[in-house]
Design a protein. Structure first.
Length: 95
């Protein structure tokens, strides 16, 4: 039973990484960080920490073939944070 659960967990993780990799270029920066465009500036670093911990490439360590895809997703999250964290670049992005 435990073996079946481990296989199921691995499959879920693989599907999550595959899905994120496929749609990451279609998401806007707010969606990548799971934020609303109306969010406050203080929410952005919190969201980045949450998502970067959740989607860090080391989280895909159990799936070696996902390393490249997870790195791509993580790079997109970092870019979203870089743009949204500063009020002036966020304003430019929003317009």
């Amino acid at each position: 039973m435990e073996k079946d659960q481990k296989a199921l967990d691995e499959l879920r993780e693989r599907i999550e990484w595959e899905t994120l990799y496929e749609i990451v270029d279609e998401l806007n920066y707010y969606q990548l960080l799971r934020l609303s465009p109306e969010c406050g500036q203080a929410e952005i670093p919190q969201a980045f920490r949450r998502e970067s911990q959740r989607l860090h490439p080391d989280q895909a360590a159990t799936l070696p073939d996902m390393k490249e895809k997870s790195t791509y997703v993580f790079t997109a999250i970092n870019e979203a944070f870089r743009v949204l964290k500063a009020a002036d670049s966020r304003l430019a992005y929003d317009s």
